[in-house]
Design a protein around this ligand. Structure first.
Ligand SMILES: [Mn+2]
Length: 318
């Protein structure tokens, strides 16, 4: 499949690299790696609401200032590559039209729940990050990884492993990180850019969300709700909720941590984390997916109703 993908890239006229909704370091790092390799005929699509072009944290990555947005992307691509996209639900409607229209569709990912929704699928479920999948793809096909690509791949792997903390980290993951460092990646500089340049609004807003958290079942379950008015009050943006769930999970007694975020039309976006239990079993009930200890779903109910549905489901798995 690796060779086939390079062959398809070679033959493509115009390529759209599709990142997932609410893009994170993994999907963005990979998109920039691919863009760097492919060159001019590739565009990156960022699926962000509110006309934003890029999450603030990742503006240091190359190419993202010129990435297409949902507002200005055109349906002109013969080839699309979805990167770090667990399912086609993670691609919003007008981008999905472009996907459906493309002659060649490629899906490169590491989510175990990825069912292979494209014509060509390179899915290595369980690997630490899409960045790791991509690194191996370049290596196995004998393609050169430049320093620019290495920097982007390092962002992917660093962020999707929670700084090499998660159990998806294998000796191979660390070897790859070391190889990237040998290529010249300044690892401490990238860590600082990813973690120590947060917006004040983000830190203050997250403190508020943590203060509002509710604990259940001897503090084994914790959840917090995020409303639009709270976000407005703090001047918080969508991306500023990233990390709240992990923070709540870090409490000693907690097995399940969830963040329920008010979305448009009475829908609620759910992030769920666990220490041991498989949360994909829980979000599956609501049509979601993800990883064993980090998954998400959308519940078509207002927040206060979604809380009850979700907590009832979590209790069954306690
Ligand atoms: Mn990922």
């Amino acid at each position: 499949m690796e060779e086939k993908i390079f062959d398809l890239i070679e033959r493509a006229k115009k390529i759209l690299i599709i990142t997932h909704v609410n893009p994170d370091g993994d999907t963005l790092g990979c998109a920039c790696t691919l863009k760097s390799y492919i060159g001019d005929k590739a565009d990156i699509l960022l699926q962000l609401s509110g006309g934003k072009s890029c999450p603030d944290t990742y503006t240091f990555l190359p190419y993202l200032d010129k990435a297409k947005t949902l507002e200005n992307v055109q349906n002109i691509y013969d080839t699309v590559i979805c990167i770090d996209v667990a399912s086609i639900d993670r691609v919003v409607e007008n981008a999905r039209d472009i996907f459906n229209n493309a002659k060649v569709t490629i899906n490169i990912d590491h989510h175990k729940t990825n069912r292979g929704f494209a014509r060509y699928n390179l899915v290595k479920g369980g690997l630490s990050s899409a960045g790791e999948v991509l690194y191996e793809m370049f290596l196995q096909s004998g393609k050169k990884i430049t320093l620019k690509m290495a920097n982007c791949l390092y962002v992917s792997i660093l962020t999707d492993t929670g700084c090499f903390k998660y159990e998806t980290v294998t000796p191979r993951t660390l070897e790859i990180a070391a190889d990237l460092a040998k290529l010249g990646v300044n690892t401490s500089d990238i860590a600082r850019k990813c973690y120590d340049l947060k917006a004040k609004a983000m830190v203050m807003f997250q403190a508020h969300c943590v203060t509002n958290a509710k604990f259940l079942c001897d503090d084994k379950i914790v959840y917090t709700t995020v409303t639009k008015s709270d976000m407005e009050k703090f001047g918080a943006q969508d991306e500023h909720t990233e990390g709240i769930c992990e923070n709540l999970r870090s409490i000693k007694t907690v097995e399940f941590a969830c963040v329920l975020k008010e979305s448009s039309n009475n829908t609620t976006k759910v992030s769920l984390r666990s220490k041991e239990k498989d949360v994909t079993e829980i979000v599956k009930k609501f049509g979601g997916g993800g990883h064993i200890r980090a998954a998400g779903c959308t519940i078509r109910k207002p927040v206060y109703e979604a809380v009850e549905l979700l907590i009832d489901e979590i209790k069954k798995h306690l």
